[in-house]
Design a protein. Structure first.
Ligand SMILES: NC(=O)c1ccc[n+]([C@@H]2O[C@H](COP(=O)([O-])OP(=O)(O)OC[C@H]3O[C@@H](n4cnc5c(N)ncnc54)[C@H](O)[C@@H]3O)[C@@H](O)[C@H]2O)c1
Length: 447
């Protein structure tokens, strides 16, 4: 495990490695510049007031000391009465000045300002899998509320680019580590997301996927029990398997094949739910369980082989849009900000049994392919491939429990969410060039 928060004694190291970061992220930095120049006020999903947008120069002869002076100088412009820090020691002395904002870096050239909460209001919140698609958006929400966020991630499918805008914020810590290893920390809440979510990635090493869901969940529950933290598990609609009940309600027990290619994920999550239940009843741990239905949005892994990312990437490149089977199977898709709001409402409410979080708007896969093709004005043809094993025929959440218990329902329409996702992948393609989407078989995440 490598704690790499710049907030503690590692601060000097974090600053002196900036040169390396700049080279590692040069293409992504270009992407950020394009985003920043195009949109003016946004990085990822975090909107920054214009007054805080101060860009660091891209200059390969920029030395570490110069970088320190530049960062301190830009920040101190906001604090007209503070003296600017020219040395490392002065920077440490004036730490208070940075207490609620990041130091701009070449990889994230915007000072990320967050609200100042009193130490009583500010919670220490751990997100396992926080460098992934959903976890990084959740981190944005919790950081923007002024909490301290600790991310634990093994970077199997997570990407540093999803979180690098927080790397130099004093309330943010990254632990590169695996949930299958026990960890000792003091936290108030744990959002336990760590687990690859796309079929090609969770099938790449099924035994590891099972360990992540079982040993990993056991470890996180042990931590929650020791420190008295609330814990939320991101379970999945996959626990309903190929459902014989439509739409799916939380009291449906599911129709899961225990021996198929998807079972490492489906059964792993089912056991994880059972563990949550056992710790709640035997050890009084305060648990929350979200059963998440298909979710999409910016920061999805471009090679995760999921419906939305594949269709958008294929359409934008005018490559064949590949559907498995006749495309008559149905799916419902929710936009990521709705999911993050639902997870937050669940954690902060009192309801301790499983809750579906999804958008009930249902599409056939073929309809969805046509919608994306039209929205991207693509010349792609739609190509039918062989149906994959155990692919569910119908999937649609009944969300009446979430409405009743959490006062939650999705706000973003599928088309609105798709428009944002298409723009995101357009930027990714601009910065990376060609992307060949992952097919149906097991595969290692490719960056
Ligand atoms: N996105 C969806 O449509 C969806 C649907 C249902 C459930 N979920 C659940 O939501 C959670 C997040 O999904 P996502 O879409 O962001 O997936 P993702 O693959 O983008 O994120 C998962 C993160 O967990 C990390 N991780 C994986 N194994 C780990 C381990 N052993 N130790 C530490 N970190 C590990 C990965 O590196 C990655 O950062 C997952 O638990 C998933 O099962 C997602």
């Amino acid at each position: 495990m490598t704690p790499s928060s710049p907030t503690h004694s590692t601060k000097k190291t974090a600053i002196t490695t900036l040169g390396e970061d700049r080279h590692m992220h040069s293409s992504y930095s270009q992407f950020r510049w394009i985003c920043a120049l195009g949109m003016g006020i946004a990085i990822g999903n975090v909107v920054i007031p214009m007054s805080y947008m101060e860009f660091a120069p891209h200059n390969n002869t920029f030395t570490h000391n110069q970088h320190m002076r530049y960062s301190a100088g830009t920040v101190s412009d906001k604090y007209k009465n503070s003296k600017s820090a020219n040395t490392w020691e002065e920077l440490v002395e004036q730490k208070q000045m940075f207490a609620s904002q990041s130091i701009p870096t070449p990889a994230a050239p915007v000072a990320m300002e967050t609200p100042k909460l009193s130490s009583k209001e500010r919670k220490k919140i751990m997100i396992t899998g926080g460098a992934g698609f959903v976890g990084s958006h959740l981190a944005d929400k919790l950081m923007m509320e002024g909490h301290e966020v600790i991310i634990l991630d093994n970077f199997f499918t997570g990407q540093k680019t999803n979180i690098d805008h927080w790397m130099s914020h004093p309330h943010f810590s990254l632990i590169v580590g695996d949930v299958v290893d026990p960890i000792h920390l003091e936290v108030d809440e744990i959002y336990h997301l760590a687990c690859p979510a796309s079929p090609p990635h969770y099938q790449f090493n099924p035994v590891k996927t099972i360990k992540t869901s079982t040993e990993g969940t056991m470890n996180m529950l042990g931590l929650a029990k020791r420190v008295g933290a609330k814990i939320l598990l991101t379970s999945t609609s996959e626990i309903y398997g190929d459902p014989q009940v439509h739409p799916q309600k939380e009291d449906y027990w599911g129709n899961v094949n225990p021996m198929g290619p998807r079972s490492c994920y489906d059964e792993g999550k089912r056991v994880a739910e059972t563990m949550m239940y056992a710790y709640k009843h035997s050890n009084n741990v305060d648990v929350r369980i979200a059963r998440i239905f298909n979710t999409f949005g910016p920061r999805m892994h471009p090679n995760d082989g999921r419906v939305v990312s594949n269709f958008v990437i294929q359409s934008l490149q005018n490559k064949p849009i590949t559907i498995y089977g006749e495309g008559e199977q149905t799916r419902s898709f929710q936009y990521v900000s709705d999911l993050v709001d639902g997870l937050h409402a669940l954690m902060n409410g009192k309801y301790g049994a499983p809750v579906n979080l999804g958008n009930p708007q249902e599409f056939t896969v073929a309809e969805f392919a046509t919608t994306i093709k039209e929205m991207t004005a693509s010349k792609s043809e739609i190509k039918k491939l062989e149906k994959t094993a155990d692919d569910p025929n119908k999937r649609k959440p009944d969300i009446s429990l979430a409405k009743q218990e959490l006062n939650w329902e999705p706000k973003v329409s599928v088309k609105e969410g798709l428009a944002k996702t298409i723009e995101y992948f357009r930027m990714v393609l601009l910065s990376t060039g060609e992307i060949i989407p992952t097919g149906p078989g097991a595969s290692k995440p490719q960056n």
